[in-house]
Structure formats: structure tokens, C-alpha cells
Design a protein around this ligand. Structure first.
Ligand SMILES: [Zn+2]
Length: 344
């Protein structure tokens, strides 16, 4: 039974990953999510700034919990049209030029045209560029090379490509037979899939959680203000469902659900973290409690914006975050089961 929810989550995650949605260009993914929530039998609302808010239901309306995952991803924007027809980019969110280099991408113009391109080092041929190895990769030293015969700004004008156009990087999604999920932007589309899976579970199993549950799919998390608005009345707790950190010194791996005790902006609510750990222990889930050295979450954005709530953060373990990321279906399963156990 549980397995079918995990399968649904992975299928949905793949569909969501296939819709380009860097911060600032998220309408298409929001439209898809609105449709999917309606299919599940809910009545989603689109927020003014573009997110998706859904009331899943439950008792205790004055002690409600808001689950948050973000559908926006890293990406880039054209910031200078070079005289040779190449495009200089500025990052959207923390896109890192070291691993954006050599990735296929799409340039989306204001008129909706989509052009294929590659993010390359400037002067990228190693047989020509003697400085290839020594060049530090920055957004000044990589550029988008369009797959069009362009060699001037006039050529770019002809194509309708201008500053402010969005650049979307290929997610390169792969799911292996062994259950690993590899893709850019599993942060946080894997958790969006998990929230859909939890919403489906409530409907299918006719479960009424002991507290009223809302879900908010935010669209500006990667630039810091995703969840700063839209906290429904009665919400006393916000739980971010976002990627769990995996790396040296941390205990989580891709098969586990991570419970974050503290990140770079401070500790999570002690009562919430303790209750999450207790729920994971009781269900004998494969989990880890970790401290994330370089991380901030939507739940913290809500607190910073002035909302009086308790806050927590959980998510499936994701390795190589903000790069070519990897997680595993067991991490998905453990995260879903922690939500089920915690929300009752
Ligand atoms: Zn994230």
C-alpha cells in the first residue's frame, strides 16, 4: 500500500522536474500543481505572489499546521548581451557556475520563445585556451552559447533575446533500478512530490489528522522570501519539508529522513524537533538529526516576516545539493511516513 504512494511521489516529482521553474518564472509549475491538487479532490488557491495554498482538512482549526515545500529552483537571467552574440548571466538563487558549466539550458524570451543553449566557459576549447585549467569559474567567466547562428547584438535582436530573459538549466532527471533519484532541483521538487503524496494519502485512506493541515507550495524560497506571507488563520506551527543535508560530519544519507535541529539562522523550535524525533522513533523510521552549517528555510522566512509560530524542518536526504543532486526512494518513504506519524 505504502509503496504505491512512493511510486506516485516519484512519478509526480519527475513531472514537476520537467517543468522549468527558476525563482521568478514559476507560473507553469503552479498551474500544474493547481490541476494536480484539484485531481486529488482539493480546492487549491493561488496566492497573489504565485504560490499554491491548499487546505487538506483535519480537526483543531485553531491549532493548525502549515506544511511548506518550494517549487522554485535555481536558474539564471540574461544580464548582458555581448557583441559576439554570447549571453552573460546573473544567477537566480545560489546557482553555482562551477557546476552550471557545460550544462544544457533554455533561454526563454519575453514573447515566450525558447532557445536551446549551453553554459560554457568563455573561450571553452582546451586546444585554444591556455588558461582553461587556471580560470576561476564565476558568472563573469561563463556564458550562454546559443544553438543559433548568432555573432552580434543585432542577431540577438532578430531572435528577440534581451536582458531579463530567463535561463533554465536541464535537470537531467534519472531514476535508477536501485532506487536512486538523480537530478538537479530535487531541492525542493522531491518534497513537493512528497506533499502531493501526503495529500493523496489523506483522501484515499479517508484520514482526518488531529490538527487541521494546510500545504503551501512556495515559489520564492531560493531567494529568501517564499513563505514570508500566506499563513492562514489558526496556524500555530510551520513545518518546512525541504531537502535534508547530506555530507561530511552529518549523519543523514539519501535513504533517511533528516530532522534539522539547527541551521545557519538558528535553532528550530525545541518542542517541534523533540516531537518529530519521538514520532520517528516510535515508527522505527530510518532518520537522522543534524545541524546544517549553510542553510535557511521557508519556515524561518515566515518567522522573520513576523509570524508567531513554532517551526521545524524535515526532508529526504539529498546529496550534492545545488548541484547534480541525488536522493533515494527510501528517503522519500521515510519522509512520508514521518509526516503520517507526526500529523496523526
Ligand atoms: Zn530548498
Amino acid at each position: 500500500m505504502k509503496k504505491s504512494y512512493v511510486d506516485y511521489i516519484i512519478e509526480e516529482t519527475q513531472k514537476i522536474l520537467a517543468i522549468d521553474s527558476p525563482s521568478g518564472y514559476t507560473q507553469n509549475v503552479a498551474d500544474y500543481l493547481m490541476k494536480e491538487y484539484r485531481k486529488l479532490g482539493y480546492e487549491p488557491l493561488q496566492t497573489v505572489k504565485g504560490g499554491v495554498l491548499v487546505k487538506l482538512g483535519g480537526k483543531e482549526e485553531d491549532n493548525a499546521i502549515l506544511l511548506e515545500a518550494h517549487a522554485d529552483t535555481l536558474g539564471a537571467m540574461v544580464c548582458e548581451r555581448k557583441g559576439n552574440g554570447r549571453l552573460k548571466m546573473t544567477p537566480l538563487g545560489g546557482m553555482n557556475p562551477n557546476n552550471a558549466e557545460t550544462e544544457n539550458c533554455r533561454v526563454i524570451t519575453k514573447s515566450g520563445k525558447v532557445y536551446s543553449a549551453t553554459c560554457q566557459l568563455v573561450n571553452a576549447s582546451i586546444h585554444v585556451n591556455g588558461e582553461y585549467n587556471e580560470t576561476k569559474r564565476t558568472w563573469d567567466t561563463v556564458e550562454a552559447v546559443l544553438d543559433e547562428p548568432v555573432s552580434s547584438v543585432e542577431d540577438l535582436n532578430q531572435l528577440g533575446i534581451h536582458n531579463g530573459d530567463i535561463v533554465c538549466f536541464d535537470p537531467r532527471t534519472t531514476v535508477t533500478e536501485s532506487g536512486y533519484i538523480k537530478s538537479r532541483f530535487l531541492d525542493d521538487k522531491l518534497s513537493v512530490g512528497i506533499l502531493l503524496g501526503y495529500a493523496r494519502y489523506l483522501k484515499k485512506e479517508k484520514v482526518t489528522p488531529k490538527r487541521c493541515v494546510y500545504q503551501h507550495i512556495t515559489v520564492y524560497e531560493e531567494v529568501g522570501h517564499g513563505a514570508s506571507a500566506t499563513v492562514p488563520e489558526g496556524v500555530t506551527e510551520i513545518l518546512s519539508v525541504d531537502m535534508g543535508c547530506v555530507g561530511e560530519g552529518l549523519e543523514c544519507d539519501e535513504r533517511m529522513v533528516s530532522i534539522c535541529a539547527k541551521d545557519s539562522r538558528g535553532p528550530y523550535n525545541y518542542g517541534v524537533v523533540s516531537a518529530l524525533v519521538k514520532a520517528a522513533q516510535e515508527k522505527k523510521l530510518n532518520y537522522a538529526v543534524d545541524v546544517y552549517p549553510y542553510y535557511g528555510s521557508d519556515a524561518e522566512a515566515a518567522l522573520t516576516a513576523g509570524h508567531d509560530v513554532r517551526h521545524g524542518l524535515i526532508g529526504p536526504g539529498v546529496y550534492a545539493s545545488h548541484g547534480y543532486e541525488r536522493s533515494h526512494r527510501d528517503g522519500v518513504k521515510n519522509t512520508l511516513e514521518l509526516l503520517q506519524a507526526y500529523l496523526g
